[in-house]
Design a protein around this ligand. Structure first.
Ligand SMILES: CC(C)(COP(=O)(O)OP(=O)(O)OC[C@H]1O[C@@H](n2cnc3c(N)ncnc32)[C@H](O)[C@@H]1OP(=O)(O)O)[C@@H](O)C(=O)NCCC(=O)NCCS
Length: 195
Protein backbone atom coordinates (compact mmCIF):
# COMPACT_ATOMS: atom_id res chain seq x y z
CA UNK A 1 0.00 0.00 0.00
CA UNK A 2 1.62 3.33 -0.99
CA UNK A 3 2.43 5.85 1.72
CA UNK A 4 0.59 9.15 1.59
CA UNK A 5 3.63 10.96 3.03
CA UNK A 6 6.57 12.55 1.27
CA UNK A 7 9.59 11.66 3.44
CA UNK A 8 11.44 14.60 4.97
CA UNK A 9 14.64 13.01 3.60
CA UNK A 10 14.45 10.65 0.62
CA UNK A 11 15.96 7.20 1.17
CA UNK A 12 19.47 7.20 -0.24
CA UNK A 13 19.86 10.97 -0.18
CA UNK A 14 22.40 10.93 2.66
CA UNK A 15 24.40 7.82 1.72
CA UNK A 16 24.77 9.06 -1.86
CA UNK A 17 27.50 11.40 -0.58
CA UNK A 18 30.41 10.72 1.75
CA UNK A 19 29.80 11.60 5.39
CA UNK A 20 30.69 15.30 5.70
CA UNK A 21 33.35 16.88 7.88
CA UNK A 22 31.70 19.66 9.89
CA UNK A 23 33.63 22.62 11.35
CA UNK A 24 32.58 23.31 14.95
CA UNK A 25 34.45 26.58 15.53
CA UNK A 26 37.31 27.49 17.88
CA UNK A 27 39.63 24.64 17.01
CA UNK A 28 37.10 21.78 16.86
CA UNK A 29 36.31 19.74 13.75
CA UNK A 30 33.77 16.94 13.49
CA UNK A 31 35.09 14.30 11.12
CA UNK A 32 34.17 10.71 10.23
CA UNK A 33 35.81 8.07 12.43
CA UNK A 34 39.01 6.34 11.37
CA UNK A 35 40.28 2.92 12.48
CA UNK A 36 43.34 4.56 14.05
CA UNK A 37 41.08 6.37 16.55
CA UNK A 38 40.66 3.04 18.37
CA UNK A 39 43.45 3.69 20.90
CA UNK A 40 42.05 7.07 21.93
CA UNK A 41 38.51 5.65 22.27
CA UNK A 42 39.92 2.89 24.47
CA UNK A 43 41.66 5.53 26.61
CA UNK A 44 38.51 7.67 26.88
CA UNK A 45 36.42 4.68 27.94
CA UNK A 46 38.61 4.16 31.00
CA UNK A 47 36.78 7.23 32.36
CA UNK A 48 34.12 6.30 34.96
CA UNK A 49 31.93 9.20 33.76
CA UNK A 50 31.70 7.81 30.24
CA UNK A 51 31.08 4.30 31.55
CA UNK A 52 28.40 5.60 33.91
CA UNK A 53 26.35 7.40 31.31
CA UNK A 54 26.91 5.04 28.40
CA UNK A 55 26.64 1.79 30.40
CA UNK A 56 29.52 0.38 28.43
CA UNK A 57 33.12 -0.69 29.08
CA UNK A 58 35.85 -1.25 26.52
CA UNK A 59 38.08 -4.23 27.23
CA UNK A 60 40.50 -3.99 24.29
CA UNK A 61 41.56 -1.88 21.33
CA UNK A 62 40.23 -4.64 19.06
CA UNK A 63 36.83 -3.98 20.61
CA UNK A 64 36.95 -0.20 20.12
CA UNK A 65 38.15 -0.75 16.53
CA UNK A 66 35.05 -2.89 15.95
CA UNK A 67 32.84 -0.13 17.42
CA UNK A 68 34.42 2.32 14.98
CA UNK A 69 33.69 0.00 12.06
CA UNK A 70 30.04 0.00 13.15
CA UNK A 71 29.99 3.79 13.47
CA UNK A 72 31.43 4.14 9.95
CA UNK A 73 28.99 1.62 8.46
CA UNK A 74 25.96 3.39 9.97
CA UNK A 75 26.33 6.29 7.51
CA UNK A 76 25.93 4.02 4.49
CA UNK A 77 23.00 2.25 6.17
CA UNK A 78 21.34 5.64 6.90
CA UNK A 79 20.55 4.57 10.46
CA UNK A 80 22.89 6.87 12.43
CA UNK A 81 25.80 9.24 11.90
CA UNK A 82 28.79 9.27 14.24
CA UNK A 83 31.55 11.86 14.22
CA UNK A 84 34.85 12.14 16.05
CA UNK A 85 35.27 15.54 17.70
CA UNK A 86 38.89 16.34 16.87
CA UNK A 87 41.21 19.24 17.50
CA UNK A 88 41.47 21.10 14.20
CA UNK A 89 44.90 20.59 12.66
CA UNK A 90 46.40 18.69 15.61
CA UNK A 91 43.73 16.00 15.14
CA UNK A 92 43.79 14.94 18.81
CA UNK A 93 40.55 13.11 19.64
CA UNK A 94 38.32 15.26 21.86
CA UNK A 95 35.13 13.20 21.95
CA UNK A 96 32.27 11.66 20.05
CA UNK A 97 29.01 13.13 18.79
CA UNK A 98 26.27 11.11 17.13
CA UNK A 99 22.91 11.47 15.50
CA UNK A 100 21.14 8.20 16.23
CA UNK A 101 17.92 6.40 15.33
CA UNK A 102 17.22 8.17 12.04
CA UNK A 103 13.58 8.28 10.98
CA UNK A 104 13.90 9.68 7.47
CA UNK A 105 10.14 9.93 6.90
CA UNK A 106 9.55 12.10 9.97
CA UNK A 107 13.01 13.66 9.69
CA UNK A 108 13.94 12.89 13.29
CA UNK A 109 17.10 11.75 15.05
CA UNK A 110 18.56 11.71 18.56
CA UNK A 111 21.76 13.50 19.62
CA UNK A 112 24.25 11.65 21.85
CA UNK A 113 27.79 12.58 22.94
CA UNK A 114 30.74 12.27 25.24
CA UNK A 115 33.78 14.48 25.65
CA UNK A 116 37.10 12.83 26.53
CA UNK A 117 38.16 13.63 30.11
CA UNK A 118 41.17 15.57 28.81
CA UNK A 119 38.95 17.94 26.77
CA UNK A 120 36.11 18.80 29.16
CA UNK A 121 35.00 22.15 30.48
CA UNK A 122 36.03 24.28 27.50
CA UNK A 123 32.78 24.27 25.55
CA UNK A 124 33.83 21.49 23.14
CA UNK A 125 30.63 19.49 23.47
CA UNK A 126 28.36 22.51 23.16
CA UNK A 127 30.12 23.61 19.97
CA UNK A 128 29.84 20.07 18.58
CA UNK A 129 26.09 19.90 19.31
CA UNK A 130 25.53 23.32 17.73
CA UNK A 131 27.49 22.26 14.63
CA UNK A 132 25.70 18.93 14.23
CA UNK A 133 22.30 20.55 14.74
CA UNK A 134 23.16 23.20 12.15
CA UNK A 135 24.16 20.55 9.62
CA UNK A 136 21.16 18.31 10.33
CA UNK A 137 18.44 20.98 10.41
CA UNK A 138 19.78 23.47 7.87
CA UNK A 139 21.53 21.23 5.35
CA UNK A 140 20.52 17.58 5.62
CA UNK A 141 16.76 18.14 5.89
CA UNK A 142 16.07 16.83 9.40
CA UNK A 143 13.00 18.35 11.03
CA UNK A 144 13.37 17.56 14.75
CA UNK A 145 16.35 16.50 16.88
CA UNK A 146 15.86 15.04 20.35
CA UNK A 147 18.44 14.97 23.15
CA UNK A 148 17.90 12.97 26.32
CA UNK A 149 19.96 12.73 29.49
CA UNK A 150 19.47 11.36 32.97
CA UNK A 151 18.11 13.86 35.50
CA UNK A 152 21.26 12.93 37.45
CA UNK A 153 23.55 14.39 34.77
CA UNK A 154 23.43 18.20 35.13
CA UNK A 155 26.49 18.78 32.88
CA UNK A 156 24.62 17.16 29.98
CA UNK A 157 21.53 19.24 30.78
CA UNK A 158 23.69 22.36 30.58
CA UNK A 159 25.07 21.34 27.18
CA UNK A 160 21.52 20.81 25.88
CA UNK A 161 20.36 24.20 27.12
CA UNK A 162 23.43 26.03 25.78
CA UNK A 163 22.90 24.42 22.36
CA UNK A 164 19.31 25.64 22.18
CA UNK A 165 17.53 22.34 22.85
CA UNK A 166 14.38 23.34 24.73
CA UNK A 167 13.34 21.16 27.68
CA UNK A 168 10.12 19.29 26.90
CA UNK A 169 9.65 17.29 30.10
CA UNK A 170 10.77 14.23 32.03
CA UNK A 171 10.30 10.65 30.86
CA UNK A 172 9.93 8.74 34.13
CA UNK A 173 12.01 5.59 34.54
CA UNK A 174 12.83 5.65 30.83
CA UNK A 175 16.41 4.32 30.78
CA UNK A 176 18.18 1.51 32.61
CA UNK A 177 21.61 2.37 34.00
CA UNK A 178 23.98 0.24 36.08
CA UNK A 179 22.31 1.51 39.27
CA UNK A 180 18.74 1.10 38.08
CA UNK A 181 16.12 3.02 36.13
CA UNK A 182 16.67 6.74 35.57
CA UNK A 183 14.23 9.52 34.81
CA UNK A 184 15.27 11.13 31.52
CA UNK A 185 15.00 14.81 30.61
CA UNK A 186 13.82 15.24 27.04
CA UNK A 187 15.10 18.27 25.10
CA UNK A 188 14.52 19.01 21.41
CA UNK A 189 15.20 21.44 18.61
CA UNK A 190 12.75 21.76 15.72
CA UNK A 191 13.65 23.20 12.34
CA UNK A 192 12.67 26.84 11.91
CA UNK A 193 11.60 25.99 8.34
CA UNK A 194 8.68 23.92 9.58
CA UNK A 195 7.25 26.13 12.32
C1 LIG B 1 28.56 16.02 29.65
C2 LIG B 1 29.82 16.24 28.83
C3 LIG B 1 29.58 15.64 27.42
C4 LIG B 1 30.08 17.74 28.70
O1 LIG B 1 31.21 17.92 27.83
P1 LIG B 1 32.02 19.33 27.84
O2 LIG B 1 32.80 19.37 26.56
O3 LIG B 1 32.77 19.48 29.11
O4 LIG B 1 30.80 20.36 27.78
P2 LIG B 1 30.85 21.96 27.70
O5 LIG B 1 32.19 22.45 28.15
O6 LIG B 1 30.37 22.36 26.35
O7 LIG B 1 29.71 22.37 28.75
C5 LIG B 1 29.62 21.76 30.02
C6 LIG B 1 28.75 22.62 30.92
O8 LIG B 1 28.33 21.83 32.02
C7 LIG B 1 28.69 22.48 33.23
N1 LIG B 1 28.91 21.46 34.24
C8 LIG B 1 29.94 20.59 34.32
N2 LIG B 1 29.78 19.79 35.39
C9 LIG B 1 28.61 20.17 35.97
C10 LIG B 1 27.89 19.73 37.12
N3 LIG B 1 28.33 18.71 37.87
N4 LIG B 1 26.72 20.34 37.42
C11 LIG B 1 26.26 21.36 36.65
N5 LIG B 1 26.89 21.83 35.55
C12 LIG B 1 28.06 21.23 35.23
C13 LIG B 1 29.92 23.28 32.87
O9 LIG B 1 30.17 24.31 33.81
C14 LIG B 1 29.49 23.83 31.49
O10 LIG B 1 28.54 24.87 31.60
P3 LIG B 1 28.98 26.44 31.51
O11 LIG B 1 29.60 26.64 30.16
O12 LIG B 1 27.70 27.17 31.69
O13 LIG B 1 29.98 26.68 32.63
C15 LIG B 1 31.07 15.57 29.49
O14 LIG B 1 31.15 16.00 30.82
C16 LIG B 1 31.04 14.06 29.44
O15 LIG B 1 31.43 13.45 28.44
N6 LIG B 1 30.61 13.40 30.53
C17 LIG B 1 30.59 11.96 30.63
C18 LIG B 1 29.67 11.31 29.59
C19 LIG B 1 28.31 11.99 29.52
O16 LIG B 1 27.78 12.48 30.48
N7 LIG B 1 27.71 11.95 28.28
C20 LIG B 1 26.39 12.51 28.07
C21 LIG B 1 25.36 11.48 28.35
S1 LIG B 1 23.72 12.15 28.09
Amino acid sequence: MPSLLTPAIAAGALARSAQPTVPAGEGVTLRPWRPDDADAVMEAFQDPGIQRWHARRADSVDETRAWIEGWRAAWQAETDAHWAMAATGADRLLGRISLKSFNLVDGTAEVAYWTAPWARGGGVCTRAVLAVAGWALDEAGFHRLELQHSTGNPASCRVAAKAGFEAEGTRRGAALHTDGWHDMHLHARVSDRHR
